[in-house]
Design a protein around this ligand. Structure first.
Ligand code: ARG
Length: 257
């Protein structure tokens, strides 16, 4: 699907949405809240979710909207917040679905439900193009200042490095998002960042940074739902359909080189 078509589809949906609102006002339609899914994300994680000319865009945004619509629901308002705030927002009911390249972990699954997996990724160690060191293994990170986004599995890797005595606790940096981390990497304020491979590669293609090596974690991303939300079955069925009919591959082609 081209970008143009995507936007056409959105404006079409907006028009249909407006008509539906009129119908509700006229009392012809049941204004059923269960029909609307308000997704939440944490931008600054290209190409999954980022802002372009003030608009929230990316693979997760398109995939989540497609899944919601195919499942027969309506896409409500997107909320863009810090990654750390997504799970509390979901359980409190401020958002209904997390679409944020979120890795399915046992820890998180104690609090929220995950859809079937929709993407696989490992962790990468990102360094500046100007770096005068070239780490090849985690042991080589000894003595370096290393950062990750708060609440991510990348931060989990960093915590392990601290526990193993490889990185000093005082040399660990937490970022609200990876865009800020990459700025610090380019400015020389941090030596290395740990983050998901596809995002690290995206930054390497567009900024003065490079992937030094990969930590194989075999993570899988899932959409997050409240544990009691029964709509998850419909969303999983829609995800299956999208993966089988080529829509998923089209989105991959569009957002990943
Ligand atoms: N996959 C990693 C995790 O689940 C990082 C996700 C960060 N996502 C984001 N939208 N910033 O912890």
């Amino acid at each position: 699907m081209t970008r143009k078509q995507r936007f056409d589809r959105r404006s079409y949906l907006k028009a249909v949405g407006a008509a539906a609102t009129t119908a509700v006002v006229a009392g012809c339609l049941d204004d059923d809240d269960d029909n609307v899914i308000n997704p939440g994300t944490a931008s600054g994680f290209p190409p999954f979710e980022f802002t372009e000319d003030g608009e929230l865009v990316g693979f997760d945004i398109d995939l989540a909207e497609e899944v919601i619509e195919r499942a027969g629901y309506e896409v409500g308002e997107w909320t863009d917040i810090e990654f750390d705030s997504l799970i509390p927002s979901l359980t409190e009911g401020n958002i209904d679905m997390i679409a944020a390249a979120m890795t399915i972990t046992d820890d998180r699954a104690e609090t929220i439900a995950f859809s079937n997996p929709y993407y696989e990724a490992d962790q990468a160690v990102l360094i500046s193009d100007d770096a005068d060191f070239s780490p090849e293994t985690v042991e080589d990170l000894e003595g370096l200042i290393v950062g990750a986004q708060s609440g991510t599995t990348g931060e989990g890797q960093l915590d392990e490095l601290i526990e193993d005595g490889i990185v000093d606790e005082d040399d660990a940096r937490q970022y609200e998002n990876y865009t800020l981390g990459v700025q610090d990497l380019e400015a020389g304020n941090v030596d290395a960042l740990i983050l998901d491979v596809p995002v690290a590669q995206n930054f390497a293609d567009s900024r003065e940074v490079q992937v030094a090596f990969i930590i194989e974690t075999g993570e899988e991303y899932g959409f997050g739902l409240r544990q009691e939300d029964e709509r998850i079955d419909d969303l999983n069925a829609a995800l299956d359909e999208i993966q089988e009919d080529g829509t998923y591959d089209d989105l991959v082609d569009e957002w990943f080189e």
